[in-house]
Design a protein around this ligand. Sequence first.
Ligand code: ADP
Ligand code: ZN
Length: 597
Amino acid sequence: MFGYDAFRGQQQEIIEHVIAGGDALVLMPTGGGKSLCYQIPALVRPGTAVVVSPLIALMQDQVDALTELGVQAGFVNSTLDFDTRRVIEARFAAGELDLLYLAPEALASQSTLRLLERGRIALFAIDEAHCVSQWGHDFRPDYLNLNLLHERWPDVPRVALTATATTATHREIATRLGLGEARHFVSSFDRPNIQYRIVAKQDPRRQLLDLLRTEHRGDAGIVYCLSRNSVEKIAEFLKENGIPALPYHAGLDADLRATNQSRFLREDGLVMVATIAFGMGIDKPDVRFVAHLDLPKSVEGYYQETGRAGRDGLPSTAWLAYGLQDVVQQRKLIEGSEGDAAHRRNLGGHLDAMLALCETVECRRVQLLAYFGEQSAPCGNCDTCLAPPESWDGTVAAQKLLSTVFRLHRERNQKFGAGQCIDILLGKKTDKVVQWHHDELTVFGIGADLREAEWRAVIRQLLAQGLLAVEGDYGTLVLTDASGEVLGRRRQVMLRREPDRPVSPSKAARAAKSRADAPDLSPEAAALFERLRAWRAATAKEQSVPAYVIFHDATLRQIAAEAPRTLPALATVNGVGENKLAKFGQQILDTIADATP
Ligand code: ADP
Ligand code: ZN
């Protein structure tokens, strides 16, 4: 049915366990293949599998994709008109559906519960199960109601699935969903085909444009920004520079949001510029890059967002530009956030982990996986592996900077931001320096041995390490308890020096390819691949479904590489199932025959 040769990872174990009626909690990274873990039991067990999923905007596409495979599926949510809803309900009650998708809020309504009573339920699948976690970043209060499923249908097996998996979230999901007795399946969270890169922010637009032009021309991708305003501006900027981009944030009206999302899913090669409001549940397999122009608030968030790249296993890039201003801004946001001290501590802890990832001189992947409790070896497919940064003893530099902050405060009772402190250290007689007589301070000019960019990196890292703090609306610098240890020479400060030359595009591409299951195509095969894509685009348009619902890029690549001449030969390609073979097989063979006479 699905056209795959073999199960991946723990799929088989999970599927067998659920088919036998067991409860399961499945932790698997994005792109790991979670859907099959409930879709196959849905087909095998008598009755209909009820799938709880938070994103109603995507249910239509999910159901279309299943229908294309020959699976009987439907959904019920607030977007359905009365008649369609009646038809789906009748099909469910008659036992005709293999899968029924529901939004979590629907389960709060008596009419939905009565509907469920009328059919036979094969299992409950709870997708994006981390939404039940109150400390997490995607909390949905409706998920707290999901307990009632078990109370009402104690004999129906439940499988909860998520791609977010720190130990804390894992435990919280188990407790809140009452899955303590369930079997837990924890997969490796590694995404070997994603290349992680974190660069120093200089001119972020230019840097982004470079990345898109040199490495991702014509590719689909997501650019994350923190604010709605920057989303609009960056989308505009990309368009002006000839890159087809769409904005997405919670401030746009619902219709435009839906249109942009649907275009991103359906059309090839669009760039979505978005706040983190965009992305959960988006299962477009051929997102080739995820770029962050602002610092994510947590490693969990970052990993989930970057995980939207490369679900198809082909080479993909996760790229983040990060600078001093990000640290200042995030610290400020936390300081001004609502909630009690414990809440702010929680946010601060998340930010610290994210900063540690940015400032590491070790392999990014080793650090990321360690965050999720997994040990690994240097990966060869991240920026620190490809262009190792140095670490240097920044103790003296730190002392100079901290003394400047100290003297301003002690001798003048003043607080200033990073810019003024750097001007003082560099000995620059700017108007502002002269006006405040800062050229008379003993620290004036003592930092001329470093360049401005280097001082910014020093300050950024001191902030990241908690050796310096920012305060108030203007982001003025202040000392922390730990600053004293540095000033008193009781603590050494190791800092990261950016590599002289960043990762070159060709080196990056080679490393990415070696970690992905993408054979290089010969020129003839590449030409065939383009024709197959054109055929797919036309077919998808005709049926008004996203292109990947017809076939994934990875499947088309394999077809292009093998150029099969018969239906049985075509059937051996990964991703060509029975239904699709019957429906599209001949058209594919015709396309191949046309292209390669
Ligand atoms: P997740 O929900 O875990 O992010 P999906 O269920 O969307 O992942 O699967 C990710 C990709 O892997 C999809 O393109 C899917 O078709 C493919 N896939 C899943 N299982 C297999 C398998 N056993 N063999 C080959 N491809 C698979
Ligand atoms: Zn690495």
